[in-house]
Design a binder for this molecule. Structure first.
Ligand code: BGC
Length: 746
């Protein structure tokens, strides 16, 4: 044991980090010297609000609070007991917690953490933005950052300074119930949006009442579960991990992420919470992350209860802490505190490792200004719920809307069109917002702001009286929403049917599905709508692509609305009625069926459909709608792709320009996307990789030239030795259907 301790000590004295000034470092060192082992272990303990709460939401139990803070010395609290609280309730909760902390010997403030992946989940009347999958569809990084800034302000206004976001998991498995929380299947989009959002949370400086500490999650590979079920095994070779899942975290660390949450699953048979290679060697040493590593929910105990790699709860604790975990989201009891103390006493966890973790936690608390003032700040409160946040939410929802089909330009609908609204999502607020919306699951509509609109209401608001008829009811699962006969009868008096299908809100494991096909009752409704002979516009409110392959040919229009937050309904109505010209682009390949789940950055042989020997074709990438797809009410023509040279040499740059003309009759936005493909490489080259994008606005008839500058890093990939390299060779560069070729030479 001595030997182990010495080795670990050497490893863990790699220095802590991110207290900004030498004076702060000194303060942390001085504090650490005064702390007992119990106080240190307490700092590493995080419990959920339920542990210190009465059965009434948001009302604390003073005896339980004392037990947690004074007896068990916990350093952090998270979460809610049931649903979002008012701003005032949060202030009371946080104040009581920090007051109680004043009863402790060293007065180390408590850090509270909350989830807010698309807006501040747990404060009533906060502003909810599109989920990340929809944000990625906007291809507007500045807009995502603007939304994140609002989220930071509304969280800080609530008295909380630690945000459990963003999710940096790459959405390459559409079955996964957390797909909506991702930025989709592409690495470049993931790292660009992820790092922009982290900057938005933190860049004002965490002592400033407009900023919060971010938590990049869930490190690493979480989204790649084999079966698509949440928290189930991942098998992933290092080359795949480094190519598709690690770059987002590397960029996030460079962007200044303060904390990181760990993947609850296992990779290649080792739970990530027990994986010292991933948590210490790769994350700390190679990527240089210096912030706090927090577990996900109950994940240390689960090394024993679920993963079966630890023979006892204490061994689980020792395993995780020795692997590199700093804080345990225990969260429902104090077992971690007791077990870690025991493990330290038995020499199973070196005190140096504890000191390393506690230093990082204290540094975080210092960084967010808790030592100066741990209470809700009046200046922060003033930033809650400003009217302009609604505009950002509407802009984001508008830009997320992705028009997938528009047969014979049926859309936009004329203002005198008689519309029949149908389908379970037509009068649902939760199906427009999805997970993490005032409750974890997002399903309880009583907690949503009173001015939240349904698609039906938004259409009624925007059309002349009497033009909207309706067969939908509140309650996504209500049988009345699937009444085929009622729909058929009502369609007689309508010019067009707006059929709102998709998924009601869900989060994490409750969203596991056995099948991506739309449920039968929705398919039947779509078939009945089509059978009326009236044109049907399908609006999809969903967190992941549910198969619509059998009904899609019968639809005149298809609008992908995702879960686009507070202003979803208004944005949908604006697109249907032409008040907004859609510009969203799919951030994933919309699959046809289970057997056609090929991603856009496929390998050469995925492109090939071999029949026999030479008898083959290149139709392997055959999604219903490809990555990057999205129609507009105007048209754009690309021409004149130009390169600054035929060769990119060494560390030089290559400029690529292309001309885009708005050839239609409406002004509109267009995302210009640049893809590359290397002809031959030591590792099978991707058929396409998105390397850059720019979103422009063009008036009808106008022309603009857009330029991109590439370096060799933009062409890099992970080779067999797990090094990120750029190999000499020929490359295609593709923009808007135009192609040019160049060579990279070292
Ligand atoms: C989720 C995390 C979340 C945490 C705290 C877990 O179940 O996986 O994403 O941050 O709960 O609410």
């Amino acid at each position: 044991m001595k030997k182990l301790t010495a080795a670990l000590m050497a490893l863990f004295t790699i220095g802590y980090c991110f207290a900004q000034t030498p004076a702060e470092k000194q303060k942390i060192d001085a504090l650490l010297k005064k702390m007992t082992i119990e106080e240190k272990v307490g700092q590493m303990t995080q419990v959920t609000l339920g542990v210190v709460c009465t059965p009434v939401d948001g009302v604390l139990d003073t005896a339980a609070l004392r037990k947690a803070i004074v007896d068990y010395k916990v350093g952090s609290i998270l979460n809610v007991t049931g649903h979002a609280l008012t701003l005032d309730q949060w202030h009371t909760v946080v104040t009581q917690i920090q007051d109680e902390e004043k009863q402790t010997r060293l007065n180390i403030p408590i850090i509270y953490g909350l989830d807010g992946i698309h807006g501040q989940t747990y404060t009533l009347n906060s502003t909810l933005f599109p989920q990340s999958i929809a944000m990625a569809a906007t291809r507007n990084v500045a807009l995502a950052a603007a939304g994140a800034k609002v989220t930071a302000k509304e969280l800080r206004a609530s008295g909380v300074r630690w945000e459990f976001a963003p999710v940096l998991d790459c959405g390459r498995q559409p079955l996964w119930s957390r797909f909506a929380e991702t930025y989709g299947e592409d690495v470049y989009i993931g790292k660009t949006f992820g790092s922009a959002v982290i900057k938005a949370y933190e860049e004002d400086g965490l002592k400033n009442p407009t900023a919060v500490a971010s938590c990049m999650k869930h490190y690493i590979g979480y989204s790649a579960s084999r079966t698509g079920k949440d928290r189930t095994p991942i098998y992933m070779p290092d080359i795949e991990m480094r190519e598709y899942y690690l770059p987002q975290f590397r960029e996030a660390i460079k962007a200044g992420a303060s904390t990181l949450m760990v993947n609850s699953g296992e990779i290649n048979g080792t739970p990530v919470h027990a994986n010292k290679y991933l948590l210490t060697d790769l994350l700390r040493k190679e990527l240089g992350f210096e912030g706090v590593i927090v577990t996900d929910w109950e994940d240390i105990e689960r090394l024993y209860t679920r993963h079966l790699v630890a023979e006892s709860p204490r061994k689980a604790v020792a395993m995780a802490i020795n692997a590199g975990i700093d804080m345990s989201m225990v969260p429902s009891d104090f077992s971690f505190y007791t077990l870690l103390l025991e493990a330290v006493q038995k020499g199973e966890v070196p005190v140096a490792r504890i000191d390393d973790a506690v230093k990082r936690i204290l540094a975080l608390k210092m960084k967010v200004g808790l030592f100066e003032n741990a209470y809700p700040e009046a200046t922060a409160t003033a930033n809650f719920g400003k009217p302009e946040y609604q505009t950002i939410a509407l802009d984001a929802a508008h830009e997320a809307m992705t028009l997938l089909k528009n047969k014979n330009n049926i859309l936009p609908l004329a203002k005198d069109t008689r519309i029949l609204v149908a389908g379970p999502a037509a009068q649902s607020i939760s199906a427009l917002n999805g997970c993490w919306s005032y409750t974890w699951q997002g399903k309880e509509e009583q907690w949503y702001p009173l001015d939240s609109k349904t698609i039906m209401q938004a259409l009624v608001d925007k059309l002349p009286v009497g033009n909207v008829s309706n067969v939908s009811v509140r309650g996504f699962d209500s049988p009345a929403n699937y009444d085929v006969d009622k729909l058929t009868a009502a369609a007689k008096d309508a010019d067009v049917i707006v059929l709102c299908l998709g998924e009601n809100a869900y989060a994490e494991s409750p969203g596991n599905t056995r099948d991506l096909a739309l449920p039968d009752n929705q398919v039947k409704l779509a078939e009945a709508a089509a059978a009326t002979g009236k044109p049907v516009i399908l609006v999809l409110a969903e967190g992941r692509p549910r198969f619509i392959t059998s009904i899609e040919p019968k639809m005149s229009g298809v609008l992908m609305a995702y879960w686009s937050g507070k202003k979803s309904a208004e944005a949908i109505a604006d697109v249907l009625l032409g008040n907004y010209n859609p510009d969203g682009k799919l951030p994933f390949s919309y699959p046809r069926s289970m057997g056609e789940m090929v991603l856009y950055d496929r390998k050469p042989t995925e492109d090939i459909r071999e029949i026999f020997n030479a008898d083959m074709n290149n139709t392997g990438y055959d999604p219903l709608y490809p990555f990057g797809w999205g129609l507009s009410y105007t048209s754009f023509e690309y021409s004149n792709i130009q390169l600054s040279g035929n060769t990119l040499k060494g560390n030089d740059t290559l400029t690529i320009s292309v001309t885009i003309k708005n050839t239609g009759k409406r002004d509109g936005k267009q995302t210009v996307e640049l893809y590359t493909h290397q002809h031959f490489a030591s590792i099978t080259p991707n058929m396409q990789r998105l390397r850059a994008f720019k979103k422009i606005w063009l008036k009808a008839g106008d022309t603009q030239t857009v330029s991109f500058t590439l370096t060799k890093n933009d062409l890099a990939f992970v080779n067999a030795q797990l090094k990120t390299v750029t190999e000499p060779g020929s490359f295609d560069v593709m923009i808007g259907g135009k192609k040019a070729t160049f060579t990279y030479a070292q």
